[in-house]
Design a binder for this molecule. Sequence first.
Ligand code: ARG
Length: 463
Amino acid sequence: MEKMWAGRTEGALSREADDFNSSIHFDSRMYRQDIAGSMEHATMLAVCGIIEEQESEQIIDGLQGILDDLDSGALAIDPDAEDIHMFVEAELTKRIGDVGKKLHTSRSRNDQVALDIRLYLRDEIREIRALIRDLIAAVCEQAEKNQDAIMPGYTHLQRAQPITFAQHLLAYAMMLRRDDGRLSDAAARMNYSPLGSCALAGTTYPIDRMFVARQLGFSGITENSLDGVSDRDFCVELLSALSLTMTHLSRFSEEIILWSSWEFKFVELDDAYTTGSSIMPQKKNSDMAELVRGKTGRVYGDLIALLTVLKGLPLAYNKDMQEDKESVFDAVDTVKMCLRVFAPMIRTMRVNKPNMYAAAQKGFLNATDLADYLTKKGMPFRTAYKLVGGLVADCIAKGKTLEDVSLAEYRAASELFDEDVYAEISLETCVGKRVSAGSTGPESVKAQIRSVQEFLQNEKDFY
Ligand code: ARG
């Protein structure tokens, strides 16, 4: 196939070089954005008197026909085309003749591709944010149902203090809410049109960049033509936001895998989100969570790949930048795939409250509260801490819990102990009396649920 840029060179590109150079097999997914951008560009060219009104209409009709045929499958993408921009332009000229060749006036593929990726990622971000919000809703629903589920809270994966499962889940709701915010920020910063930067230096034609920007829903235009064509910060920003989302999903996955084990048995995933073993009949594996944890590495890889591509590039456009798309496409596909199984997996997860409670009864989770009991009665905290440490060591030696210690034994350790100590160190009290903002206490958990629900209802946040 003759190259649209043939002219400068005589020799044909070798087959290997042609394949190597081509990006059609991954950038064809941007055909809708490419056509939308071209339509507005053609409109603008006529508005600014650069081409005839009727030529612009012909171009737009032609582009609409291509869009319809690609959507319906009547037109197949030519795998031999160099990229989606060349394909659409060649097809347009095939359909409407020489007028089609006017479309690329005062435009370069450099600003065209920069425009297309922004349009494409803007749509993807909206989709990902909707999926994140659905996951937040699923987490919040489970939190609402598990406000009374007392479980051990951990530090160093050692039993630390009693919390509710709702409090634990809401921590993930907060992370995911920040993820949503980061995507919203990235989308806002991305939302400037580079079209009209042309190859690198702008153009001598009297184009109206703001017109195209407005038509395509951008907040404005990029202010420097070199930056307009060479900036991929928005791709890096998106990849970094997605990497963090994957970090959160991966940590959540790790816990779900642990909680589903025989050792914990805190939750049971629905059969729809687990698999069996080909040899061990008893197995029920949390493969979906494991895959999410595993796929996190891919998304980190995409981020590092793009950062590395960009780090040594002189201004402005360089072909290295064609590598941006596979990284961002892989990341958005992966994150969407993960979120699509994650939300229903959380929604259908069964929670074993008795097992959680039983686990919370062991491990001296109320030791801090016992120290606080003495502190509230006047003993300095550090002294109380030491005294309780001694009691715990004694209990471990005798194979009992702090609830099993008799009042006489308590009094032998300190005169400050009274009958009320038992009520004070019950798991229900330890959780129920946590009153600080953000704590695992019931009021705080309710406030968190309310806050998350309000966030989900606030459409204003969802651009
Ligand atoms: N396929 C190219 C890319 O993705 C389009 C831009 C090509 N520009 C150029 N000057 N060769 O980056």
